[in-house]
Design a protein around this ligand. Sequence first.
Ligand SMILES: [Zn+2]
Length: 148
Amino acid sequence: MAQHQLDCSICTRLKTVRDDPAFITETATGVAVMGSQWFRGYCVFLCKLPATELDELPPDFGRDYLDDMARLAQAVRAVVQPHKLNLELLGNIVPHLHWHIFPRRLDEEHPLKPVWLCMPPDYEEAPHAFDATRDAPLRDAIRVEFEC
Ligand SMILES: [Zn+2]
C-alpha cells in the first residue's frame, strides 16, 4: 500500500505555495496551482491534509475536498472551454492526494488518448512549463471564475 512520503514534495510545496506565481487559489481543503501548460489550462488541486486515499480523509473534509475540486474543474471549464475535461487522482509517484485537471481539445494530435500517453517527456520544461508572463492572465481568469 502506498505510504505518505516523509520527504513529500507536495507537503514541502504547500509551505510556500502562496508565493508561487502558479498559485491560483485555496479553500479549506486544498490549494489550486497551475501546472505545465502542455494542455492549456491544466491545473492541480493539492489536498491540505497528508492523506494518500480519499477514504483516509475525515468524511466532511473528504466531501468538501471533492466539492472544491469540482468547483475548480468547473472554473477551468468555463474559462478554457475545452471539448472535455479529464480529471485524474493517481498518486503513483507522489501519493499525497492531488487532483489533475486537464482540459482536452479536439484539435490535439491524439485527442482520444489518455493524457499521460500524449505528453512528451519534457512536458514540464520550457516552453510548456508554467510561465508567469504568458500564463498569468489565464491563472487570474480561473481564480476569478472560481471565486464567483
Ligand atoms: Zn504530503
